[in-house]
Ligand binder design. Sequence first.
Ligand code: HEM
Ligand SMILES: [Cu+2]
Length: 558
Amino acid sequence: MTNISIDAIADTRPPEKPEDWRRFFGFSTDHKVIGIQYIVTSFFFFLIGGILAMVIRGELITPESDLVDRAVYNSMFTMHGTIMLFLWTFPVLVGLSNYLVPLMIGARDMAFPRLNAVAFWMVPVFGIILMASFFIPGGTSQSGWWAYPPVSLQNPTGKIVNGQFLWLLAVAISGVSSIMGAINFVTTIFRMRTTGMTWFKMPVFVWTVLAAQLIQLFGLPALTAGAVMLLSDLTFGTSFFDPAKGGDPVLFQHFFWFYSHPAVYVIILPIFGIFSEIFPVYARKPLFGYKFVAVSSLIITGLSATVWVHHMFASGTPSWMRMFFMATSMLISVPTGIKVFAWVATIWGGKIKLNTAMLFGLGALVMFVFAGITGIMLASVPVDIHVNNTYFVVGHFHYVIYGAAVLGIYAALYHWFPKMTGRMYSEGLGKLHFILTFIGTNACFFPMHPLGLQGMPRRVASYDPEFAFWNVIASLGGFLLGVSTLPFLLNMIGSWVQGEKAPKNPWRAIGLEWLVSSPPSHENFEELPIVISEPYGYGKDEPLVSNPDKLEVAHATS
Ligand code: HEM
Ligand SMILES: [Cu+2]
């Protein structure tokens, strides 16, 4: 066989055993089960974070503070931001990476399967700790997701176990879980690649996961240390950060942003990987500039460690420092911009198939470009000083994390859904989901830009009536986003239960994961693949592996 097998091969697996679904609820060490556990758990938290967003937008649909108490409002945005980052975006991407990386590099599992399972089970643990803070006296943390001291040190209840305490505990556990994950991913990518899978035969998604996980390794110790020191100030009366006792609150900002700026690349790099996997498949063309796209991920990782002070331009930062960090922040847009050109060149002139996954991919790319433009504006000190802490910033980062990241995650979930579940999804519902999401995202987050330029501050429950018009639109857009998750849920659950059976390669895609059955057997490959070509050989008619017929497990029992 000289061609990559792209025809559907009759499903030879025995019918799934009814108890199969139960392994998703237990301690499994199979990276595919763990991947799906991460994805489903984090989606559950996405819905909770989304409900909080609906409360926020409900409050802001009128200028007065009339829906919830101001203190409750502070809880709402703090928990919304915290849940969305630590319990949705990070874990869902770890889930996708867990599922895909071993398959894509031709491995049977991650390097440390037990560590993998332990890291996953820490997610519901810190999720529950965070949720518990809703039910204790004084309620949740209200100091925003940055937890800046001295606000975060106030502790009005005077109790040892307070909302901020639980928040810091949860963030510290999340940090430990992510460090365990990072060690696992980096080791897996270095050590578990199959024969022939050299660096420049690796799919870009794997490159981006490597780049993102390296950031976790160097950055998370700073955040975790900062969180533990703040916890100590709050609980044991130390004074690292408390200005009243001679501590330095700006030092905390350095600890926090040294990790939390690069953290945005932990989110966006895998999205770049998803773009790079999806566009070639649905445009039927090789990825333009593959090697540059791959290597630029590592360049971004390096530069991301040098830009954190752009979050502190308004924190009394000396001007030489502002100039330096303004320059580095702008520099990082160069490798990113070239990637955007590479994706456009990949799509350009291709035979484009606009199914749900591709629509979400293209939508996410458009949103990312818009966010990039406002991002460069914010990197410029004079602009940032002007719009710092206004809705312009909120608009910018939601274009990144909703527009690019959530839409990109949806693209991936649709694209790999047949592989993960063995079923096809409904295109009709998928397209409905896309239309609602795309309109909702723009209606919700575009108005935040004019609002910010007019001077509406963020983190407020009431505002001047002159801001009413754009706020009504933003709230309606927000509610539309809430509604948009319904066709998605219906599609995923309905299709998983009774969708049409998926062949092993429904999209005629090139990649190791598409050479085995859907879903793959427990071991992934009967015989490990021997890779002989670069990825993305669309239109080239060359085989990807030298042993395509020996990969499939004859009688998978999984
Ligand atoms: C329906 C979807 C969403 C709506 C309507 C929404 C709306 C909002 C609003 C109005 C704020 C308050 C801004 C402020 O007062 O400063 C906010 C804050 C925030 N949102 Fe969202 N958001 C949504 C989805 C997301 C997603 C998906 C993420 C992350 C992946 C996210 C991350 C954040 C963060 C980090 C904050 C900052 C919280 C803070 O100030 O401490 N949001 N969001
Ligand atoms: Cu930043």
